[in-house]
Ligand binder design. Sequence first.
Ligand SMILES: [Zn+2]
Length: 100
Amino acid sequence: MKLLIILLILLAVMALIAFRYRKQIQTALYVWRMFRQMRQFNKPQAAQPKEKQIDKNEKSSNAPLVRCGGCGKWTNETAMLKLGSKSFYCSANCMEKAVR
Ligand SMILES: [Zn+2]
């Protein structure tokens, strides 16, 4: 019987806390759901062709942006083809274009 009373009190306390912080809980749930949606949204992109992957890296990484010597597009350094120490190209095509 004692255990039941303790359980009831605990339940009441939890309900009170839930009621008090319902806004915070709602916010936390909302953030959590957004996070899950974002993760689900990112999954299918991994299976896409290479060019799309380059775009994805562009957004997710913090590496500095460099300008493509062929087309002039600003792209993340890690996703670029490097020629020497100063020249970057977004694709082999752009590299060829610049060399020619
Ligand atoms: Zn380019």
